[in-house]
Design a protein around this ligand. Structure first.
Ligand code: AMP
Ligand code: MG
Length: 487
């Protein structure tokens, strides 16, 4: 390690080997007086980074874009996307990819600064981010990770010392995001829109190399790549549904090829079970409502298939047939993962014909009774019913009898079943009012203890500890919760 790289960077830059249309060389803007707000110690360690060094001036300067990590070749990436159904050319308007860190265990992970100033893709935007939304991404992405769901990670948040102007003046901040890659459905759409098959092919080869090297030998590796993405997304969205996570902006530029959750803008967790739940202030039609997410996943994958058609077959008709055939696997895969996850949430091991019905019945009762999604499954898990008024109703008692009979039919013990439920039903989720409270303390008062405590409770959601109890309660407010795009 060279003397000016005591932090532990081991950067490589494979993305710049792609054709030049896919990126623009871009230096992050300077931050006049950066301050470290949060650092993710376990993540830093897994990246092979020295946290003591990251906390020193040089480290903070790197997280603030004032100094480049050794080996970095900063770029902003080009991509396109369907935003609320409308196709647009986009690109990193406020993010810079520093490079790819090769971790001690040999993984290659993108290190990206988000909020680091204007880029050639900024269009009318200022390239900046405010502290609140960056801390929000930090909290929720790490909570999603702790829930066992694939996601980009958050290494650090620094303030820049420069204000950003929205409806009010806010503190500017930069989030360091870590991702398997930032390849999106929208990256393929961008390549397809440019209409040079060789560029599209280069992108697909790169995606295979980086995420699905196992398909290299397949008889048709591009079709196999598409199948892999379909599989990963079916699993990812099933996992979101099972914990009640609502992404909020499932535009095709916010869907990864790797199958990681990305871009935490107006996302939030559902309280009361209701498929129509939508939090985002800009989603007036409810396009990205909870119950629509699986279908939107399929819609987005259809856009990916369209972009990849020239790689599937030189004959367009035949290519479309291949695309339709491979996409048709999505629904069944999604349903399989979802139902299996639901079985686990109910402590069921083997499959029985009627399991789907048993689950649907419970969800219908929950919806009619306005029951809290997370707390209902927690109550079933630990058999504690205070704060779950639904448990007193006859419809529920009848369902409960069916469920007990179903559990009694399996050979696994009640203890084994309870253990499976504990591992499948989180005791805590990042409740919207608790996240807001933590952000308010941090942003308005510079008090980070509230956020620290919240993050501690969220770090092991399946632990079911006493300390987590206080984070269970849904908001007592009757005002519907609203989220805003994190700009
Ligand atoms: P998002 O809603 O965060 O997925 O962003 C959608 C697009 O808008 C992406 O191309 C972003 O890079 C771009 N964008 C968002 N905020 C800004 C900003 N403040 N300045 C420039 N571009 C932005
Ligand atoms: Mg985005």
């Amino acid at each position: 390690m060279s003397p000016n790289n005591t932090i532990g960077w081991r950067m490589d830059n494979s993305y710049v080997t792609l054709p030049e249309i896919f990126y623009a060389r871009t230096e992050p803007a300077r931050s006049p007086s950066p301050e470290l707000i949060v650092l993710n110690y376990p993540l830093a360690a897994s990246l092979g980074l020295d946290t003591d060094e990251l906390e020193r001036k040089e480290g903070i300067d790197e997280l603030a874009g004032n100094r480049l990590p050794e080996g970095a070749e900063p770029i902003s990436q080009a991509y396109a996307g369907h935003q609320f159904g409308h196709f647009t050319m986009l690109g990193d308007g406020r993010a810079v990819l520093l490079g790819e860190q090769i971790t001690p265990d040999g993984k290659r992970l993108d290190i990206q600064l988000k909020g680091s100033g204007r880029t050639p893709f900024s269009r009318g935007g200022d390239g900046r981010a405010a502290l609140g939304p960056m801390l929000r991404e930090f909290i929720i992405s790490e909570a999603i990770h702790a829930l066992g769901i694939p996601t980009t990670r958050s290494l650090a948040v620094v303030t820049t010392g420069e204000p950003v102007y929205r409806e009010e003046t806010l503190e500017g901040a930069i989030l360091t995001r870590v991702a398997a890659s930032h390849l999106r459905v929208g990256t393929f759409q961008y390549a397809a829109a440019r209409n040079v098959v060789e560029d599209l092919r280069a992108l697909a080869d790169y995606a295979i190399e980086r995420h699905y090297p196992e398909v290299k030998g397949a008889s048709h590796s591009y079709v196999a790549l598409f199948e892999k993405v379909v599989e990963r997304q079916a699993l990812l969205i099933a996992q979101w549904q099972l914990v009640g996570f609502i992404h909020g902006v499932m535009n095709t530029d916010n869907m990864t090829i790797s199958g990681e959750t990305i871009d935490y803008g107006p996302c939030a967790f559902m309280d009361m079970y209701d498929p129509a739940t939508v939090f985002s202030s800009i989603d007036r039609q409810g396009r990205y409502a909870y119950g629509n997410q699986p279908g939107i996943g399929e819609w987005n994958l259809a856009r990916l298939a369209e972009a990849m058609l020239p790689l599937f077959d030189a004959d367009n008709e035949r290519a479309i047939k291949i695309a339709e055939d491979k996409l048709s696997a999505y629904r069944e895969l999604y349903h399989k993962h979802w139902l299996q996850g639901m079985r686990h949430k109910l402590g069921l091991f083997a499959e029985e014909e009627q399991d789907g019905e048993l689950v649907e019945e419970l969800l219908t009762i929950m919806q009619n009774q306005g029951a809290d999604y997370t707390n209902t499954f927690r109550a079933l898990t630990v058999d504690e019913w205070s704060g779950v008024p639904m448990s007193e109703t006859n419809v529920f008692k009848k369902w409960f009898g069916k469920w007990e009979a179903r559990r009694a039919r399996q050979s696994e013990t009640k203890e084994e079943s309870a253990k499976l439920m504990r591992a499948s039903n989180p005791a805590v989720i990042p409740r919207n009012h608790r996240v807001e409270e933590a952000l308010e303390a941090a942003v308005d008062r510079g008090d980070f203890t509230v956020m620290d405590q919240l993050m501690n409770a969220l770090a092991e959601p399946y632990a079911h500890t006493k300390e987590q109890l206080e984070y269970m309660a849904p908001s007592s407010s009757n005002v519907p919760y609203r989220t805003y795009c994190g700009t």
